[in-house]
Design a protein around this ligand. Structure first.
Ligand SMILES: [Mg+2]
Length: 378
């Protein structure tokens, strides 16, 4: 099953609803799709993404550097393909190279699934047929009030979601606590409430503010600190009883190992597109299991769903409001999520069928970037 050709298509479009967190206001999502065609006639689809910045660079890495590396390789040899891409791009550090590798790696796993006639979750271990899903909103605009938040949480509860994640990180701690209190009172007992800081706090702020949130019995606090601060997270975890979740800003299994070994994380949130694809994500999930930790991957619900149903230590699926491929108009079918339970489909591979015309209609071009990106960091 030799790889004969690689087709790349990228798009830039705003989230389907406005996204604003404690540290950034998002202007554009950039999604990069690949299609690998093999000598056996099968085609595999891969994808990766970035927020606001870097899509043209990731596309160029795939087209100019990764494509010639993988042409002629056997798509069944996912470790060989991943290692080759890793060794050739390691001088770029960790970041855009891993995101570019992810698109190829995901397509390789799609091909393996199609070759064997198995859906991805079964290929990865078949740990379960369904996983609870939580709704995750990105709405911390200045205009958002606790009353408006409470009304949205009512809607989420009525829709049957098994949990809700909200953004916090206002300068005044009383505003954060008011948001949490209103959301918590609207959720049914037993449905977890998660909060996400997007690295807003300093280590000192976190030690002062996070333990005060223990009384709300939160499901977790996510990314309270700068993503490189392993010792700071370890100290914070010892100072509070609320579980600590992180991982969307890490790019390699070795970084997760450092967090796990330091006792600095409870819930591992590796993003399949940021860690270089399924091959590396699986290693992270298995590593987390050896530390008795569960995984709740960041975003990419269409891929995270089969991953979560493949491994034994899957916890919950994140469904980001305004961020599904269906809401973005890039696939025809929504994920199967009913009563807060998500089920992977029966198609061989990951089951994602991109709408190539929709991708082309929102095509990522340098001109488009220059015309739509001005920077949303706070
Ligand atoms: Mg987050």
């Amino acid at each position: 099953m030799k790889i004969d050709s690689v087709r790349v298509a990228a798009c830039r479009l705003p989230p389907a609803s406005p996204w604003e967190d404690a540290t950034n206001k998002v202007q554009g999502l950039e999604l990069i799709f690949v299609e690998l065609t093999t000598s056996s006639g099968l085609t595999g689809v891969g994808l990766t993404y970035t927020v606001d910045v870097g899509g043209t660079a990731i596309r160029a890495l795939i087209e100019d550097y990764l494509t010639p590396l993988v042409i002629g390789m056997d798509a069944r040899d996912y470790e060989r393909i991943w290692t080759r891409m890793h060794r050739q791009t390691r001088r770029l550090g960790l970041g855009a190279n891993r995101m570019a590798m992810a698109a190829i790696d995901v397509a390789v796993w799609d091909l393996i699934g199609k070759h064997r006639g198995e859906p991805l979750h079964r290929l990865l271990g078949g740990a379960r047929d369904a996983i609870p899903a939580y709704v995750s909103e990105i709405n911390l605009s200045d205009a958002d009030t606790p009353d408006a938040l409470a009304a949205r949480v009512d809607d989420y509860a009525a829709q049957g979601w098994r949990g809700v994640k909200i953004k916090i990180g206002r300068d005044d701690p009383r505003e954060d606590e008011a948001r949490i209190a209103r959301a918590r009172e609207r959720l049914p007992a037993g449905a977890p409430l998660f909060v996400d800081l997007n690295q807003k706090w300093s280590a000192a702020e976190a030690l002062a503010r996070a333990p005060r949130l223990d009384r709300f019995d939160l499901g977790w606090i996510e990314e309270p600190l700068a993503c490189h601060d392993v010792a700071g997270h370890a100290a914070l975890r010892r100072a509070m009883s609320t579980p600590l979740a992180l991982g969307e800003s890490l790019y390699a299994a070795e970084q997760f190992r450092d967090y796990l070994a330091a006792g600095a994380v409870d819930v591992v949130q590796a993003d399949v597109a940021f860690v270089g694809g399924i091959t590396e994500w699986l290693k992270i999930a298995h590593l987390a299991q050896t530390f008795g930790r569960k995984v709740a991957p960041h975003y990419m619900a269409e891929l995270s769903l089969p991953l979560l149903c493949g491994v034994a230590n899957g916890l919950m699926l994140e469904s980001v409001v305004g961020g599904s491929l269906h809401e973005l108009g890039l696939v025809a079918e929504p994920l199967d999520i009913r009563d807060g339970l998500a089920r992977p489909g029966p198609r061989p591979g990951h089951g994602i069928v991109p709408d190539w015309r929709a991708i082309e209609a929102a095509a990522l071009t340098p001109e488009k970037v220059r015309g739509s990106f001005s920077g949303g960091s706070k």
